[in-house]
Design a protein around this ligand. Structure first.
Ligand SMILES: [Zn+2]
Ligand SMILES: [Zn+2]
Length: 214
């Protein structure tokens, strides 16, 4: 980021600026219900009202790290970014991590699915339960599609695996919180689409957890 020579992924000063980029640092007040950071005590808690939890705003160091990972394909940033989800996940009761799959174009460009990599890291290193419940719609050969068809092509679907769906229902009845893990939240994103799918198919109200909101 700053070109300072460093043994760690980020030098101390960049690590500090990532810490200061989080809502936990920016906001002094805490929601009396969920304990998450809120702007001030008269402000409605975004987590309680929208069911979406974000590490910080999509700006500066945080935005630049996400871009390097997502568009620059710097997979070595995965552990660092995965770590930013930890304080968010710790506020939830038995989270079950459900990664939002990336677009097929993104996968081709990058060579990995960014949320899949972060989710498996969190599962492996931190012991979180995870399930790949979603797939991107597969259809006709991509290059033959019109622009409108392409946007349909990006539509999210539930896995066709009956076993995975049964496992998901089992997790829910065991008291797990369905957590949709994504990188950046904007209005009308895939994570909202995923939440709607879970609501209509399983009657469950999933929490969306992202690194940054816009
Ligand atoms: Zn630095
Ligand atoms: Zn709250």
């Amino acid at each position: 980021m700053c070109k300072t020579l460093s043994d760690a992924t980020l030098c101390p000063s960049c690590a500090q600026s990532i810490r200061k980029a989080g809502y936990a640092f920016l906001f002094k007040h805490r929601c009396p219900v969920c304990g998450n950071p809120v702007l001030d005590s008269s402000y409605v808690c975004p987590v309680c009202t929208t069911g979406m939890l974000a590490y910080g705003p999509y700006e500066k160091t945080l935005a630049s790290l996400i871009r390097r990972y997502k568009f620059g394909g710097e997979i070595a940033l995965a552990p660092l970014l995965a770590g930013l989800y930890l304080p968010l996940l710790s506020s939830l009761e038995s989270p079950l991590l459900l990664p939002i799959p990336c677009s097929r174009e993104g996968y081709k460009r990058r060579g990995f699915d960014q949320m899949e990599v972060i989710t498996s890291y969190l599962a492996r290193r931190e012991g979180y339960a995870q399930l790949s419940l979603f797939t991107k719609h597969k259809g006709t050969q991509y290059k033959l599609l019109s622009k409108e068809q392409r946007s349909l092509e990006h539509a999210l679907q539930l896995t066709s695996s009956r076993r995975k769906k049964e496992r998901f229902s089992q997790f829910l009845s065991d008291g797990y919180t369905a957590v949709l893990l994504d990188d950046v939240a904007t209005t009308g994103t895939t994570s909202n689409q995923a939440r709607e799918l879970l609501r209509s198919c399983f009657g469950c109200n999933a929490t969306i957890v992202v690194l940054a909101d816009v």
